[in-house]
Structures are given as structure tokens and as C-alpha cells.
Design a protein around this ligand. Structure first.
Ligand SMILES: Nc1ncnc2c1ncn2[C@@H]1O[C@H](COP(=O)(O)OP(=O)(O)OP(=O)(O)O)[C@@H](O)[C@H]1O
Ligand SMILES: [Mg+2]
Length: 263
């Protein structure tokens, strides 16, 4: 593990928009917290959907990821406790979009987030989850450089694999040049509709190509998952019995099992 003081760090990434990164960050984190883990979520997307999805108004919070990246605040200072027990958040604020531009002009610009992690002095977390923006930009590079593992979310649709080779290439380059510890956590299939033949075909293709890297559990298309953010809560607080809530709980369990198997 890179960060003994902070805890193991998992980035949720795909430069493609709308493939379930944020939904996964929120609900995987909440599922792990439900399993009595202490979890921190970092909203590294200027859109701030993880922040609002966890019930925090990004226009009202004053300190967030931008301040951590510009070294104006420590992680601890930027951290909020959410309504969900054991779940903490460093929010995105409006100014995070400026951080991308500012980072590009910095020395050691790929390691800024890592430096923020290394100076952490608080209580450790069982999991730290980073919601990445839909771009292979300096924010995403910082996330990958500071992570132990990266999970790719893939929407099961016709163009699912489009752009994937570019993403995997970026992960390889970060591993080769910036972060030798970076490992693939796996690929999570999202918005799966197994009544749709094309979706079944896409799932089969992805499993054939990536084998065991693909999570056995999949996230079904489920209306409760898209409703929950408007209530500012993870799906299990909105409808615990819903297929979406149960699927994310299973993913959390599969993640823990994969760790045990690898240890
Ligand atoms: N399993 C699902 N079932 C139904 N709706 C879903 C599901 N997963 C995500 N959605 C909805 O699809 C949209 C995109 O999901 P999400 O915001 O998680 O993707 P993203 O990859 O974070 O997007 P972006 O790239 O813009 O950050 C959202 O409106 C979300 O509520
Ligand atoms: Mg998102």
C-alpha cells in the first residue's frame, strides 16, 4: 500500500462520460461503509456530482479538492462527515475546474495529489475512493499517480469498448513512469439490461477479452440508482431492497473477497 497513514486508494475512471463512475463511487463507498468500513470519497470531478449525490451543496461548501490541490488546505481540513455512518467526503467546489489548468503549469504536476496524501496525519481509512472526471487530463493523472488500484466502469452498450485502449494505455504509462504500485482492480459493468440482446453480446465480448478482470457482479439498469442523487443519499438509504442497492452491496463484497484471494 502506498499510503500507510491514509489507507488503500482506489480510482474509479473512464474518460468516457456517463458510464457510471459517480454512481459507483457513491454507492460502492456507501456499501463498504455499510459493511462497517471507514471510507473516504474524493470528488475529483469539477461537475461535483459525487458531492451533491452525497447531500452536500457544492456552491455552499468552502473548502474542497481544489484547496487540497492548491495546497491551501490539508485533506483533513477539507474533509466532511456525511449523513452515512463511516462515510467521509472531500467535496468538489466550483473552482475545481480551474485546478486542471493550474496543475498543468506546476513543477511535479502529476504528484500534487500524492503529496497531499503523504502529509495526511489523521485516522486511517479502510478505503479511499476517487471519482475521476470524464477526461484523461491532469486531474485523472494525479488520481492514478496517487492510487493503489483503478477500477474502470463500463456501460454495456454498443460503443462500450471505444476509448478503452486509450484508457488502458494511460494506466500503463502511469504505472511505467509515475506509479509502479498501480494495479487494475477490475472492470465493472454498469447499466446492464440483460433483456437486451446487444447488451448480452457486449457483456460476453468484454468477458471474453478481459477474463477475470471483469467483476462477476454487474450493476443492472435501475431507476432507484438514478433517483437517489436527487435525494442526496446513496441508493441503499433511498431504497435498500432495490436491485441497484443490492448490486452495489454485492460489488463491495466481491471487492473484499478479491482482496482476500490476492493476499
Ligand atoms: N445502473 C444504473 N441504472 C440507471 N441509471 C444509472 C445507472 N448508473 C448510472 N445511472 C445514471 O446515468 C447517468 C450517468 O451516470 P454517472 O453520473 O454515474 O456516470 P459518470 O461516468 O460519472 O458520468 P460523468 O462522466 O459525466 O462524470 C446518471 O444520470 C446516473 O444517475
Ligand atoms: Mg461522474
Amino acid at each position: 500500500m502506498k499510503h500507510n497513514k491514509l489507507g488503500p486508494v482506489l480510482s474509479i475512471a473512464n474518460q468516457k462520460g456517463g458510464v457510471g463512475k459517480t454512481t459507483t463511487s457513491i454507492n460502492l463507498a456507501a456499501s463498504l461503509a455499510t459493511l462497517d468500513k471507514r471510507v473516504l470519497v474524493l470528488d475529483l470531478d469539477p461537475q461535483g456530482n459525487t458531492t451533491s449525490g452525497l447531500g452536500v451543496d457544492k456552491d455552499k461548501v468552502e473548502v474542497g479538492m481544489y484547496d487540497v490541490l492548491s495546497k491551501e488546505a490539508t485533506l483533513e481540513e477539507a474533509m466532511l462527515e456525511t449523513e452515512c455512518e463511516g462515510l467521509f467526503l472531500v467535496p468538489a467546489t466550483m473552482d475545481l475546474s480551474g485546478a486542471e489548468v493550474e496543475l498543468v503549469n506546476e513543477d511535479d504536476r502529476e504528484n500534487v495529489l500524492l503529496a497531499g496524501f503523504e502529509s495526511y496525519e489523521g485516522e486511517a481509512f479502510d478505503y479511499v475512493i476517487i471519482d475521476c472526471p470524464p477526461a484523461l487530463n491532469m486531474l485523472t493523472i494525479n488520481a492514478l499517480t496517487a492510487s493503489d488500484r483503478v477500477m474502470i466502469t463500463l456501460q454495456t452498450e454498443f460503443y462500450a469498448m471505444e476509448g478503452l485502449s486509450q484508457l488502458i494505455d494511460t494506466i500503463r504509462r502511469v504505472k511505467a513512469n509515475l506509479n509502479a504500485d498501480l494495479e487494475m482492480e477490475g472492470i465493472l459493468l454498469t447499466m446492464v439490461d440483460r433483456r437486451n440482446n446487444l447488451a448480452i453480446q457486449v457483456e460476453n465480448d468484454v468477458r471474453e477479452y478481459f477474463g477475470l478482470q471483469v467483476y462477476e457482479c454487474v450493476i443492472p439498469r435501475n431507476i432507484r440508482l438514478s433517483e437517489a442523487p436527487s435525494y442526496g443519499v446513496p441508493v441503499m438509504y433511498h431504497d435498500f431492497k432495490s436491485a441497484g442497492a443490492q448490486a452495489y452491496l454485492k460489488v463491495a463484497q466481491e471487492m473484499i473477497q478479491r482482496e482476500l484471494a490476492a493476499a
